[in-house]
Design a protein around this ligand. Structure first.
Ligand SMILES: O=C(O)CCC(=O)C(=O)O
Ligand SMILES: [Fe+2]
Length: 255
């Protein structure tokens, strides 16, 4: 992940008010609402990956590889259970910027290290802010990384992002890692997130990718340092989670 909100380089997450505490893991099942997926200019099938049920091909957008429906429903449910165990061991926390402004996304991590942001700045840490070690990488995440990343070693960090329906993430680059030749793999669960991806240089036009439950996205090669963010969540687009909202898992080799 990249620089802080005030750094001028790297991550520029918008600090906006965190919504009311809402448990992603309790309550009744959300109702599905229809929506039209976003247009995807320049889409091209370029690569295949293996999931539990067969081969899926990827669509390239700005060099990022989008594997629609990579995780089938059973794998998504299994992964939600695995994330519940991660959150039970290392609770979601509300990160703030160095200036104390809250991010609207709540976070935790699994793996050797986790990403944190607080008054001391943003960085990878070997322990959760409450002092416990991060739980091990969930097996479904490890398998997805092995299938899609093309990287010979497992990721060091699986960041767990929880988006309430009003949460978002400003355009930023993921650049807190030592080696940008390792890709970043993201997995989406629950309500669709409207992902925007632009160029490595700041500014300019962005393309829209609607990341639905079960989709995987690989930031690799020319897209590894692309600016990206989540413009909004589309509540009611998935029945996977018991409450409206979205889980995103982002795997990185930190170095
Ligand atoms: O939620 C997403 O799809 C993107 C997350 C992200 O860019 C990050 O955590 O750095
Ligand atoms: Fe990112």
């Amino acid at each position: 992940m990249g620089g802080g909100a005030e750094g001028g380089r790297g991550r520029r997450r918008e600090a906006d008010a965190a919504g009311p505490p809402l448990s992603p893991f309790h309550g009744r099942t959300a109702r599905r609402r229809r929506h039209r997926p976003g247009r995807c200019p320049g889409a091209l099938a370029v690569r295949a990956g293996r999931n539990g049920t067969g081969i899926v091909s990827a669509i390239a957008v700005r060099g990022a590889l989008w594997f629609r429906g990579f995780l089938d429903r059973a794998a998504q449910e299994r992964l939600v259970d695995e994330i519940r165990a991660v959150v039970a061991a290392a609770p979601l926390f509300a990160p703030v910027t160095r200036r104390g402004q809250p991010l609207s996304v709540r976070m935790t991590s699994a793996g050797r290290c986790g990403w944190v942001s607080d008054r001391k700045g943003y960085r990878y840490e070997p322990r959760h802010p409450d002092g416990m070690p991060w739980p091990p990488l969930p097996p479904t995440v490890a398998a997805a990384w092995e299938a899609l990343s093309g990287w010979p070693a497992p990721p060091d960090c699986c960041l767990v992002n929880w988006y309430d329906p009003g949460a978002r993430m400003g355009l930023h680059q993921d650049r807190d890692e030592a080696d940008f030749s390792a890709p970043v793999l993201s997995l989406s669960l629950g309500d669709t997130g409207v992902f925007r991806i632009g160029a490595e240089a700041r500014g300019g036009r962005t393309d829209r990718i609607d990341l639905a439950s079960g989709d995987a996205l690989l930031l690799t090669g020319p897209s590894r340092l692309a600016h990206h963010g989540i413009a909004r969540i589309l509540p009611g687009t998935s029945t996977l989670l018991p409450a409206p909202g979205r889980i995103n898992l982002t795997c990185r080799v930190v170095g």
